[in-house]
Design a protein around this ligand. Structure first.
Ligand SMILES: Nc1ncnc2c1ncn2[C@@H]1O[C@H](COP(=O)(O)OP(=O)(O)OP(=O)(O)O)[C@@H](O)[C@H]1O
Length: 240
């Protein structure tokens, strides 16, 4: 039996203040996959993520998340979302933040501790977020989204502005979350991060250019790097 996709979009249009910013998007994110969401600044990545987590109204088309309407009460504990900005309380410690988010969702202190350990912050659990580095603070946000082991994690540029070593660490945490069976949708500007994903959704000007595996991306564009592959796709504007 084929599992239902974690995210299913059909002819999805989304408008912001009268401007259509997502046009006719049709794609599936398979359950258990790590899917990258990539495209130039302003192409609509954040808007698509906000639609998926149910904080952005769609104009037309269909969008289902774990078989439900985005943002429905049934999904409350099943979807984790990490925005671009660090979304934890800076004046609280990592542990206080995680315990607070756990309590809000009716989860135990132990689940908060597990989430902190899962992002490698156990040693810094007692430190205030405003006394952490940027990468550590990003991991603190990620820990809060991991509490309760949501089935779908939507992460808006979790590695933006981070050095390659910290990016590697974050990806290794994400990969261990995926290994547990969660579905991950992760946006990024760094095309090399396509290699970390099972497949990549490429957006340009609010339209889906392609949904390919990393190997297909290189093959079909005859490019030697993900940057080059992406530029070729963007410039051709055509499905490979
Ligand atoms: N409040 C708004 N009203 C009208 N248009 C908006 C509004 N907010 C964003 N937009 C436009 O919607 C488009 C998509 O924006 P979005 O933030 O989703 O892009 P993005 O791909 O996430 O960009 P970035 O990579 O820079 O974060 C952009 O062209 C932006 O100018």
């Amino acid at each position: 039996m084929t599992k239902q996709p974690a995210i299913r979009a059909r002819h999805l249009d989304v408008s912001l203040h009268g401007n259509t910013v997502l046009h006719d998007l049709t794609f599936d994110v398979p359950a258990g996959a790590v899917v990258g969401l990539m495209g130039p600044s302003g192409c609509g990545k954040t808007t698509l993520m906000r639609s998926i987590v149910g904080v952005q109204r769609m104009a037309s088309g269909e969008l289902t998340v774990l078989g439900q309407r985005p943002g429905s009460a049934a999904l409350q504990h099943d979807v984790g979302y990490v925005t671009q900005a660090v979304s934890v309380y800076r004046e609280l410690t990592v542990s206080q933040n995680a315990s607070y988010f756990a309590a809000l969702q009716g989860h135990s202190r132990a689940s908060a501790d597990r989430a902190i350990a899962a992002v490698g912050l156990a040693d810094l659990a007692g430190r205030r977020v405003d006394r952490l580095s940027g990468g550590q603070a990003s991991r603190a946000s990620l820990a809060c989204a991991l509490i309760g082991a949501p089935a779908l994690l939507v992460l808006d540029e979790p590695t933006v502005g981070l050095d390659p070593v910290t990016r590697e660490e974050i990806w290794s945490h994400l990969q261990s979350v995926a290994a547990r069976g969660a579905t991950l949708l992760v946006s990024s500007h760094v095309m090399d991060e396509a290699a970390r994903c099972d497949s990549v959704l490429l957006l340009r000007d609010g339209r889906l250019l392609a949904h390919l595996s990393p190997a297909q991306l290189l093959d079909r564009t005859a490019a030697s790097s993900y940057d080059e592959a992406f530029l070729r796709l963007i410039r051709s504007g055509e499905m490979p």
